[in-house]
Design a protein around this ligand. Structure first.
Ligand code: ADP
Ligand code: MG
Length: 490
């Protein structure tokens, strides 16, 4: 079970503290070349209605045929969520009318989903972690899209998305703050990306969230929830929860009650608005789709998929901690993206893992963030960064010069060892040369020498001067030792 209520997560109302309760329904577009029940392509960016088969357009007499790869993707995802895989599931028709839904119903799964209960482990800032229960995952078709901005007098319909496979992943109401909700979606997206079952691209609408929010006094039963539909960025999820929770608290503290309803979040106004109330709620008249047999597969099918799963983020994190001696925090940062984790491992193999992590996280990620680049676009390869780490390790350059070398490799490319040689960046370990520089500094600053004898912290000033005189190339350990000896400091 999760830890007892953390007072920091409560929201202060006029009449005391409130706990927010959140459950999420995530729609994740399945990564597959063709649609759930037709052979039409799923490629993004096609001209409107280019990717539409007769099935997707719901021409009379057309029959759906289940796409085996979409089934495999749902099972892989279920395995990644440590969930119950149901060997038998049923497709139902969810009936409603909308211009972008030519069938007049969406094929979904209602009572018998392909995946049952599971869980996601979510790391929070400050080292806390929570388990979020998964209620179910089911497969369903996406709808098309109405275009209202193409003509002043008409609306158009684009069916490219019609029939594309979606996984709806429903969480239990286990989340207790906007921070937890954001961390949950982030983690779920990471798992989907590792699995290769959804690209998690929220800008393209390939991952979107319906956020259910209610509030209660600590210890009370759950309150009535409102559902905020189709929130399409992690930041907006956090904002929507904050404003919705405060709206509900204000109503209850004012003596009112919350009506269960569907709302929309308006990021520009920073408010949620009613879309439809429960009274108007659709009666979808679900019934098993007579065009489709129940979906059945055996354990061998599941076992084959399980055998091919990649190492997932939690396992990778544990291994990074054990194998490379990383802190849990550094390991969490590195496994957030599979590409980052792979990059780190290529640098760390056969080297000091902590130093490698430090360079990848602080120097490389820092630089990439500054330029808005992803790890795939890094101008510095893992082999090049590894060579920089080696040059520090074998004493060829200091950590400070290494940053300069990193900068040169970043902007000009090249082999770090050759750069060090050709530009004369090799660390000076020759004590004669360092001594000569120190002697000059001592001779030019007799007053500072006197002060340093009484106040040994002034050593730092001398170290700085010596580094300056040697162009930053003096070996810092040698500089310290020589200075102490010459100044008579312990
Ligand atoms: P429905 O079938 O009406 O959509 P579900 O039971 O499937 O209702 O719940 C939908 C989502 O709402 C789930 O993610 C669930 O965790 C969440 N949820 C249920 N009750 C509450 C509540 N009181 N407060 C917040 N979220 C809730
Ligand atoms: Mg539901």
């Amino acid at each position: 079970m999760n830890a007892p209520v953390n007072p920091k997560k409560l929201i202060k109302g006029a009449l005391g503290d409130w706990e927010v309760v959140i459950g999420m329904e995530i729609h994740a577009q399945v990564t597959s070349r063709s649609k759930l029940f037709s052979g039409a392509p799923t490629a993004f960016g096609a001209e409107p209605n280019d990717n539409v088969s007769l099935v997707d357009a719901a021409m009379p007499g057309m029959l759906p045929v289940i796409n085996r790869e979409c089934v495999a993707q749902a099972v892989r995802t279920g395995l990644g969520l440590k969930a119950q895989i149901n060997h038998r599931s049923v497709f139902d028709r969810k009936n409603y009318f909308y211009p972008d839904l030519p069938q007049g119903y969406q094929i979904s799964q209602y009572k018998s989903p392909i995946v049952g209960e599971g869980e996601v482990l979510v790391d929070l800032p400050e080292g806390e972690s929570i388990r979020v229960g998964i209620e179910r995952l089911h497969l369903e078709q996406d709808a098309g899209k109405s275009l209202h901005d193409q003509s002043p007098t008409m609306s158009f319909v684009d069916l490219n998305r019609s029939g594309v496979a979606l996984m709806e992943i429903v969480s239990k109401p286990d989340l207790r703050s906007s921070e937890e909700a954001k961390a949950y979606v982030t983690k779920l997206r990471t798992i989907l990306r590792y699995l290769g079952t959804c690209d998690g691209d929220m800008e393209k609408g390939n991952l979107r969230a319906d956020v259910n929010v209610s509030v209660r006094k600590v210890g009370d039963p759950f309150g009535t929830r409102c559902e905020i539909k189709n929130v399409n960025s992690i930041r907006f999820i956090g904002q929507a929860i904050e404003v919705e929770a405060r709206r509900q608290i204000a109503i209850i503290e004012d003596g009112g009650t919350i009506e269960q309803e569907t709302r929309l979040f308006d990021p520009n106004k920073g408010e949620t608005r009613s879309m439809r109330s429960k009274e108007e709620a659709h009666d979808y008249r679900y019934f098993p789709d007579p065009d489709l047999l129940p979906l059945e597969f055996d354990q061998a099918f599941v076992d084959r998929l399980a055998a091919d799963l990649p190492e997932l983020p939690d396992a990778k994190k544990a291994r990074f901690i054990a194998e490379y001696g990383l802190s849990p925090y550094d390991a969490t940062v590195l496994v957030a993206e599979r590409a980052s984790a792979d990059y780190f491992e290529a640098v760390a193999k056969g080297r000091d893992g902590k130093i490698a992590a430090n360079w990848v996280i602080n120097e490389l990620f820092g630089r990439l963030n500054k330029e808005g680049k992803g790890i795939e676009d890094s101008p510095v390869s893992a082999a090049q960064l590894g060579a920089v780490v080696d040059l520090i390790g074998d004493g060829t350059i200091s950590g400070k010069i290494a940053k300069d070398v990193f900068e040169i490799v970043w902007s000009e490319g090249g082999d770090p060892r050759q750069i060090v040689e050709s530009r004369g960046l090799r660390q000076v370990t020759d004590t004669g040369a360092i001594e000569a520089a120190i002697d000059q500094i001592i001779a030019a600053n007799p007053d500072k020498v006197e002060q340093a004898k009484a106040k040994p912290t002034l050593l730092g000033w001398f170290v700085g001067q010596t580094m300056k005189a040697t162009g930053g190339k003096a070996n810092p350990a040698a500089v310290n030792a020589l200075l102490k000896a010459k100044l008579g400091i312990e």
